[in-house]
Design a protein around this ligand. Structure first.
Ligand code: ZN
Ligand code: ZN
Length: 231
């Protein structure tokens, strides 16, 4: 019997490294080493995971987060930003392996044992326009590496929120109210849940989702992203 597979072209790696465009490999090993300068290893906020070296983290001053803590692998700058954009908008799907590996590594090292991962969903209209949900693809890949199950059906985006980037801080928070719905909350009773996204900016998006999971009895909610914006 014929098995239906994803269009092959999507999965073929670009012939040259997306960073230096000289060496073979999606991200060549020498660029991989150079990107370490963006890794967040110290001087970060223990709550939101953003780079921070002071008394009151501005991101955490703005929002009282409903998740236990967020951790992000890299700061959202320079080549890291390009990688996310290549993956998301230029649809270089072969980057998923690189990104998932970095995230899986951090999950294993820095989080308690997670029962289920939930990617932050796109609104169905946006998913149709883009052709795929970058967070869903990432979550499935991470699941393959860690063995942690993924739930992609129960957290639903019910409002197609306007692009956050062009809005003021207050408007962003308002813009997201009621953006998600949680189906079958009983699936999450007493579970340790890890919400996944590619980038954290204010944290308002993931926080809206975290609130819904927090309402389910006995849950612990965590968050992780590939990159986090400077505040
Ligand atoms: Zn390279
Ligand atoms: Zn913080």
């Amino acid at each position: 019997m014929l098995k239906i597979i994803e269009p092959v072209l999507d999965l073929i790696a670009p012939p040259l490294c997306v960073v230096c465009r000289k060496e073979p490999g999606v991200v060549c090993s020498s660029c991989d080493k150079k990107l370490e300068k963006y890794r967040i290893t110290r001087n970060f906020c223990l709550k939101c995971g953003g780079v921070f070296d002071g008394r009151v983290c501005p991101r955490c001053r703005d929002i009282k987060f409903s998740f236990e803590f967020n951790r992000s692998v890299f700061v959202y700058e320079g080549e890291i930003r390009n990688i996310v954009e290549d993956f998301k908008y230029r649809k270089i799907r072969s980057l998923v392996g690189y990104m998932a590996e970095k995230m899986a590594d951090l999950i294993v090292r820095e989080f308690p044992v997670i029962d289920v991962m939930v990617p932050i969903p796109l609104h169905p209209t946006k998913k149709r326009e883009r052709g795929f949900s970058q967070t869903e693809v990432l979550a499935l890949e991470i699941s393959g590496l860690t063995g942690i199950p993924v739930n992609t059906g129960d957290l639903v985006r019910i409002r197609n929120t306007r692009a956050q980037a062009n809005l003021s801080r207050e408007m962003r928070l308002k813009n997201l109210k009621g953006a998600f719905k949680l189906r079958n909350p009983s699936n999450f009773l007493g579970k340790k849940i890890l919400l996944l996204d590619d980038v954290m900016t204010t944290g308002a998006t993931v926080n809206e989702a975290a609130k819904l999971f927090k309402r389910v009895k006995g849950t612990e909610v965590y968050s992780m992203t590939f990159a986090i914006a400077a505040f």
